[in-house]
Design a protein around this ligand. Structure first.
Ligand code: MTE
Length: 317
C-alpha cells in the first residue's frame, strides 16, 4: 500500500452540503419509525428501509464509543480502499455504485456444529443495531472517527456453534469479476481474505458493520456488511463479506500473501513497530492538518491488551 496522500475531492463526488446537512438534521429530529420515510424520500432504496425497520430510531450508542470529533461524511465515503473497485482512493465512491446488494447471503462454515447460510436481512435481525463511534487507523498513516452502525460479531458467530477445535476465523469478501472489473488486475489475491483469532473475533469491540452515519453502509465502505476491528489497522476490516470460515490454523490473508514482511497477521495498531517502509508513530486525521501521535492498540489497550499478554508483538506484528 502506498503512504498517505491527503484527500482531495472533485466537486461532483461530494454529497452536496445542503443535502447532507438536511439529511443529518432530519435523522436527528426523526423519531422512531420515521427513518424509513426519510430513506424513501432520499432515494436510499429498499435496503435502507430494511435497516430502518430495524429499530433505527431506538439505536443505542455503545459505551465503547469515543466522543472525539467525527470525520466528515464526505471524507469517510469518498476516500476509500476497496481494491476490487480500483486502487485510487476516489474511485470506489463512483465505481462501486453498481454493486448489487440483494439478494446477499453469508455462509458460515468450517469447524462448526451447525453450518448455515444466512440472508443479509436475517443477519440484520440477529441483534439490536448499535451505534459505535470508533477511531479507525489505516496502515498508510491516516485515521478517521466513524459512527458505525453494527452488531457484535459474536452475535453472528454464535449462530453456528463453533467447535472446540476452531481457533481462527477467516473472512472472505465477494469476488465477482462481472461486478468488480478491477479484480482482473491481480493486485491482490482474490477473494480479499482476512482473519482473526477466535478470541479477537468474539471480543465485544469487534463488530459487523451494517451502516454508518445513521444510514445504510455505502457500497464503497463495504455494503452490505463489513468487519470493523478498531484496534487493528484498517485492512483487517474486510468489506462486502460473503463467507466466514472457522479453522484450526492461522489463515493466510490477501495482504500477507502480497507482502509478508509488511502486513502481519495480527496487524495491531502499534506505534512501536514501524512498517518496513515508514514509521507508524504518528497519524493524520482526515480533514486535519497537524499529525497526532498514534496510540498503542489505537487507544483501545485497556479493552484488548490482555488478549496479547506474554506475546512478543514485534515478532507477531
Ligand atoms: N476489503 C476489501 N474487500 N477490499 C479492500 O481493498 N481494503 C481494506 C479494508 N477492507 C479492502 C477491504 C483497507 S486497506 C482499508 S484501510 C479499509 O478497508 C478501508 O475502509 P474504508 O474505505 O471504509 O475506510
Amino acid at each position: 500500500m502506498p503512504r498517505y496522500t491527503p484527500p482531495s475531492h472533485a466537486a461532483s463526488e461530494i454529497t452536496p452540503r445542503a443535502l447532507f446537512d438536511s439529511r443529518r438534521a432530519f435523522i436527528r429530529s426523526a423519531g422512531l419509525g420515521s427513518i424509513a420515510l426519510a430513506a424513501g424520500a432520499l432515494g436510499l432504496g429498499r435496503a435502507a428501509s430494511a435497516l430502518a425497520a430495524q429499530k433505527f430510531g431506538a439505536l443505542e450508542r455503545s459505551p465503547f464509543s469515543t466522543d472525539e470529533k467525527q470525520t466528515p461524511y464526505k471524507d469517510v465515503t469518498n476516500y476509500n480502499n476497496f481494491y476490487e473497485f480500483g486502487t485510487d482512493k476516489r474511485e470506489p465512491a463512483q465505481s462501486a455504485q453498481s454493486l448489487r446488494l440483494r439478494p446477499w447471503t453469508v455462509t458460515l462454515d468450517g469447524l462448526v456444529a451447525r453450518p448455515r447460510t444466512l440472508d443479509i436481512d436475517s443477519i440484520l435481525r440477529l441483534a439490536p443495531l448499535e451505534e459505535r463511534i470508533y477511531r479507525m487507523r489505516c496502515v498508510e498513516g491516516w485515521s478517521m472517527v466513524v459512527p458505525w452502525l453494527g452488531i457484535p460479531l459474536a452475535a453472528l458467530l454464535k449462530q453456528v456453534e463453533p467447535l472446540g477445535s476452531a481457533r481462527y476465523v477467516e473472512f472472505q469478501s465477494l469476488h465477482d469479476p462481472a461486478q468488480m472489473p478491477a479484480t482482473r488486475l491481480r493486485v491482490l489475491d482474490w477473494p480479499y481474505t482476512e482473519g482473526l483469532r477466535l478470541d479477537e473475533a468474539m471480543h465485544p469491540l469487534t463488530i459487523m458493520a451494517l451502516g454508518l452515519y445513521g444510514e445504510e453502509l455505502p457500497r464503497q465502505n463495504g455494503a452490505p456488511l463489513r468487519l470493523v476491528v478498531p484496534w487493528k489497522y484498517g485492512y483487517k476490516g474486510a468489506k462486502s463479506i460473503v463467507r466466514i470460515r472457522f479453522v484450526e490454523r492461522e489463515p493466510a490473508t490477501s495482504w500477507m500473501r502480497a507482502g509478508p514482511s509488511e502486513y502481519g497477521f495480527y496487524s495491531n495498531v502499534n506505534p512501536g513497530v514501524d512498517h518496513p517502509r515508514w514509521s507508524q508513530a504518528t497519524e493524520r486525521r482526515l480533514g486535519e492538518f497537524l499529525k497526532r501521535k498514534t496510540l498503542m492498540f489505537n487507544g483501545y489497550a485497556e479493552q484488548v491488551g490482555q488478549l496479547y499478554a506474554g506475546m512478543d508483538l514485534r515478532r507477531n506484528f
